[in-house]
Design a protein around this ligand. Structure first.
Ligand SMILES: [Zn+2]
Length: 71
């Protein structure tokens, strides 16, 4: 006989201020996958070698340091 009383509910707290829509990254972040420049939409992909790790560069087109994950 075991009563699992899960009465430990969070009292109506919701985490605000972190919308999970798009992940933002900046130059120097180690990432994998495909990313687009936040300014000009230049697409870059992580390489297959080097464990697929890409260190985000400064955008070669517009010089922006902000990227967002795509796909
Ligand atoms: Zn750009």
């Amino acid at each position: 006989m075991s009563e699992d009383n899960d009465a430990q509910r969070a009292p109506g707290l919701t985490v605000a201020g972190t919308p999970p829509e798009q992940e933002r990254y900046t130059t120097g972040d180690e990432v994998s996958g495909e990313f687009r420049c936040d300014e000009c939409d230049l697409l870059i992909k992580s390489p297959r070698e080097n464990d697929g790790i890409l260190v985000l560069p400064i955008c070669t087109l517009c010089g922006s340091e902000r990227w967002r994950r795509v796909g």
